[in-house]
Design a protein around this ligand. Sequence first.
Ligand SMILES: [Zn+2]
Ligand SMILES: [Zn+2]
Length: 405
Amino acid sequence: MQKPDEIMNDAKKYAHDIIEWRRDIHAHPEIGFDLPRTSGKVAELLKEFGYEVKTGFARSAVLGILDTGKPGRTIAVRADMDALGMQEQTDLPYKSETDGACHACGHDSHTAMLLGLAKYLSEHKAYLKGGKIKLIFQPAEEGPVPGGAKLVVDSGVLDDVDAMFGAHAQPLYVAGHVGCKYGDAFASGDFFEVKLTGPGSHAASPHKGKDLITTAAEMVSAIQNIRTREIPPLKTAVISICSINCGKLETKNVLPAELTFGGTFRTYDDEVREYIAKRIGEVVEKIADMNGVKAEYSESFNFPYFRNDDDVIDTIYHSALEVLGPDKVIKKPDPEMGSEDFAWYTKKYKAAFFFFGIRNEEKDCVYSLHSPKFKIDEDTFAPTLAVYVNTVYHLLEDDKIYEGK
Ligand SMILES: [Zn+2]
Ligand SMILES: [Zn+2]
């Protein structure tokens, strides 16, 4: 293991490469499971760094294995490679060259950071106590359901892993800071859709048809009552309806014959999760019956909620303290109501997830994840890489992490 200041010094030497890879990936975003260019680049670089490379699983995932040749633990680190199906609105010289796709969730930085870790570890192999490092680059964190992580877990390529971690860019934190959440980390994230159909009618004679809009309004209000009136106040849950589609703004004399709406529900409790899914269906069915409207309801269980492994998050926290100092390491007070497909790893492996800051007001890096103006302060790469490296060292060496296992 290296000393913290040596790690920080060496990490700085990799920032240039990370920036170059990240900008290239940023300019050529790919979505979902279909990532030939990105996964091809990752596999090529891993081979160049001397890794054993495995592909052809989880549709387009890439696994890089660094074997120290000495006995020891197997530690995995994960990055997601996929972009979002939206248009970038920045003036960056390396902005997306693909219409309708951009890296607005920072997965380009996750991929480039993990490549930086790959290169660093291959050039510092002598400092690794023993065992293997498995770097997993997965597709489809942003979907489609059930996300790339589920397919990686099901493929079994990580089944020998003793501990694992991943990280996400966080625009709320200044670049060079990291945040760790002990315990509950990310909520479950599930979706539902409703389709209402009726005969439609002239707006002047609603009694001759069925009004889907007033019916949907009743449903929306009743669905919110599931959260406020049926779930205990101290249980965490949120239901949001995110779209209603019906009619045309310019048409003011027709009651339409079709309406759709959809949304999401998020919670930290499996019973509450099942309950909400079931109750939205019942509420939709009953109100549709009452109004004489035909309703179809479907839900998709997407990502489960997860809590960080106590030992792994504690290792990340203390590794970050060593390389960054106490002013730059945040103990995150609250869990997220957002979801992450990293959840699938935590269900099977000893795993935890943390955040690295990317904010810089002067460089206009202030926009939220999934904003078309999302930007990253690339000065975050060296300090964050140092956290990755120190965490890997500790996970390989600290026996107490595994005592309860
Ligand atoms: Zn995202
Ligand atoms: Zn993301």
